[in-house]
Design a protein around this ligand. Sequence first.
Ligand SMILES: NC(=O)C1=CN([C@@H]2O[C@H](COP(=O)(O)OP(=O)(O)OC[C@H]3O[C@@H](n4cnc5c(N)ncnc54)[C@H](OP(=O)(O)O)[C@@H]3O)[C@@H](O)[C@H]2O)C=CC1
Ligand SMILES: O=C1O[C@H](COP(=O)(O)O)[C@@H](O)[C@H](O)[C@H]1O
Length: 498
Amino acid sequence: MNNSENPTALIMIFGATGDLARRKLFPSLYRLFKRGKLSKRYCIIGVARRELTNDAFQESVRQSIEEAEGHHDDLQEFITHFYYHSHDVTDSSSYLALKTLANELDTHYQLEGNRIFYLAMAPEFFGTIADHLKADGLTDVDGFKRLVIEKPFGHDLPSAIELNNRLRQAFAEEEVYRIDHYLGKEMVQNIEVIRFANAIFEPLWNNRYISNIQVTSSEVLGVEERGRYYEKSGALRDMVQNHMLQMVALLAMEPPIKLTDEEIRSEKVKVFRALKTLEGEAVKENFVRGQYGPSKKDNEPINGYRQEPMVKADSNTETFVAGKLIIDNFRWAGVPIYIRTGKKMATKSTKIVVQFKDIPMNLYYQHEKTLNPNLLVIHIQPEEGISLYLNAQKSGDTMNATPVKLNFSNNSVDHMNTPEAYERLLYDCMRGDATNFAHWDEVALSWSFVDKISQVWENQQAEQFPNYEAGTMGPKAADELLEKDGFHWWPVESGDYR
Ligand SMILES: NC(=O)C1=CN([C@@H]2O[C@H](COP(=O)(O)OP(=O)(O)OC[C@H]3O[C@@H](n4cnc5c(N)ncnc54)[C@H](OP(=O)(O)O)[C@@H]3O)[C@@H](O)[C@H]2O)C=CC1
Ligand SMILES: O=C1O[C@H](COP(=O)(O)O)[C@@H](O)[C@H](O)[C@H]1O
């Protein structure tokens, strides 16, 4: 790992005129600069097809940062380190000019030959770009070379293997940084700290004391302009294969012997290996798919998925998934981990609820009431924090126990300074810390789990689609999935369970 706190590198962004670069990458780089986490020796080359001068590119970078961060006097200084190279990545003859520019800037800014290639482009180009970077000598550098790859990493296991084999011709595994932006979120990173830095949780973190875990990531937005991509992806590939399973791995892994990327990955991989594979009928019993239908809000019609641009009128693509995961190991045997994610749901929320088992005997039993279970809630977004639900005596009432909530809200403490996920991940990559990126073994194992489900779903038209109204929390079958185990989804809207 290059542990410098102010790393030096040339960052080449392929797809520099695209949405991701504008909305996430440029503002994140600026925030690193602002916080003094970028050394003065940095340089960014933006690459895309359209013809732009350096000045026009710098202006577009300035605008995108101002949209996200407002106006700042030091922006002018920041953007002078940005250069633009018009280049079609499928055009073999153009890479040599890119190499010449990179070498010149390397010398000019004294970048020590450190290079980061960020592929913020459609995945079909990943292999071609990596091939050329090597063949045309852009990776022949004295310093480090790293490849940052956006999702989706393949469409299924065979395509992911093919892509990986191709990338590995040019970059070693430790040089490939597969982005999963959930791993850059403050409270996702906090899962490990909550678990491993608190004596009160780790002894209870197993099937003796936990009855079930629920991980929800719901979105209010629909597929917007991404119908073409989403039709081939669906919620299973778009969210479950990566973000949802990564959160599950962090919740379920054993404590690593050290907090190094190798040790943490090795524990996460064991979780993926222990994840019970579902096939045939087991898919139907344990997984629910949904697709949003039209609805109305304030008398205004809301599109169903099949009415969205670039979506087939009889689409079989799921926009919602709920599932019950079983981790077949000593710690988790018998503890269901429920996941749920979807588009056009009632609220934008990512939350983890850990429900503890009931105590053996309830001394505070009331006629019609049972005690509320203890819950640990990890609020990932939009609020960031943790809540612990306990039972305590209501004032003046000695026979009753009432749920009370102990709350820590990150938003109220440090919200303005909480780094964006992309900001952290870019910084980690510059420092050579791959802990919060997806290792190939994790990607391969999560595809093999998800592929079995998609194979069943793709062979059966979902006749009941659409099966949930836009603006709701998904199909009824998702509630029944938990009801048959004697549980229910804890609400994610308010997060207040009293
Ligand atoms: N946008 C987002 O919020 C997220 C995006 N991603 C992933 O990031 C990647 C980029 O997404 P996004 O920014 O939305 O995509 P866009 O379609 O907005 O941008 C694509 C970029 O690629 C460039 N491009 C296209 N074809 C070529 C070519 N042949 N040669 C050189 N440049 C080319 C385009 O510029 P030009 O037309 O000038 O060539 C543009 O800069 C995708 O893999 C996506 O899945 C992942 C998570 C979130
Ligand atoms: O990767 C993706 O994530 C977003 C949701 O991210 P969030 O940080 O807003 O929760 C999702 O909208 C998109 O479809 C998916 O590709």
